[in-house]
Design a protein around this ligand. Sequence first.
Ligand SMILES: *Cc1c(COP(=O)(O)O)cnc(C)c1O
Length: 354
Amino acid sequence: MKKHNFSAGPCILPQEVFQEASEAILDFNNSGLSIMEISHRSAGFVSVMEEARELALELLGLNNKGYKALFLQGGASMQFLMTAYNLLNKKAAYLNTGTWSSKAIKEAELFGEIIEVASSKDQNFNYIPKTFSIPDDADYFHCTSNNTIFGTQMKSFPNTSKSMVCDMSSDIFSRSLDFSKFDLIYAGAQKNMGPAGTTLVVVKEDILGKVDRKIPSMMDYAVHISKDSMFNTPAVYAVYVSLLTLRWIKKNGGIAAMEKRNDEKAELLYAEIDRNPLFKGFAAREDRSPMNATFNITNDSLKDRFDDAWKAAGVNGLNGHRSVGGYRASMYNALPLESVQVVVDVMKELENKA
Ligand SMILES: *Cc1c(COP(=O)(O)O)cnc(C)c1O
């Protein structure tokens, strides 16, 4: 039986994407060859890469606006250093909203002075700091739009004349934003876009070429752009499956339609977390993430019973991250509303039987 998959990442993708992806392993586009055995320079794969890059920009509303999309390797974690390598001359401003922001800061510190403009570490990152100022002499401002581990999401972004760099790994393509506010967006594929192994980078070309240091080719966005994201062998299969997901998003109404479904799912679950006395939300209400809902059980003696019940209902991946504990329901684009209803029903049943 197919599970209700709330895994935080790698995570659920649309069932029809899995179907198509599996077919291409045996026979890619009736070519008599597997997607895994063809050259990345073949016409078949070059068109996959080109369509994926185009579609990513189109869905974000960023085509013909000076942006380039790249599918790189090394995960979002590689972007922690690659962004700094390419953009940081002397000083950069970072908003620290969780584990991933902290890791981005640690890497960037190898390249220059990092000003942490605000941090919510004092409250175990259960909220998003809202008042901070970005120093005038910062080369860029970096933030994390959605904090996968703590279940918080930035609902607004500062208006700044500085370049804005954002780690959108866990909420890319999930909600409408004015993406043109950002100069560089990166996202590991495995949270909402595809399998692990590739990372989408969307970069405004005119912010590049301004640092003094020499940049190794593999770390240099300009090199990857000049080679159409094929400087070296890309993660062929991960890019292909990401393309299938991007097509699925477009076919199903684009980001606006995703957002509507995601909001419905989030409202259903958060309403139950707030109503049911056996549960308590972790993140500050106004900062709650529709992608990752974090919550605790208020009566520890019921924990085993709850765990048995959701597992018996076919639910997977509801355990919280070790740094927060409790539970985390990740409700990415492909997760159906019915799966959320299953969890809500288990929560209600626990209350009725307690
Ligand atoms: C998962 C995650 C990362 C790390 O991604 P990798 O691809 O494993 O390097 C970074 N940032 C955020 C917001 C994430 O959710």
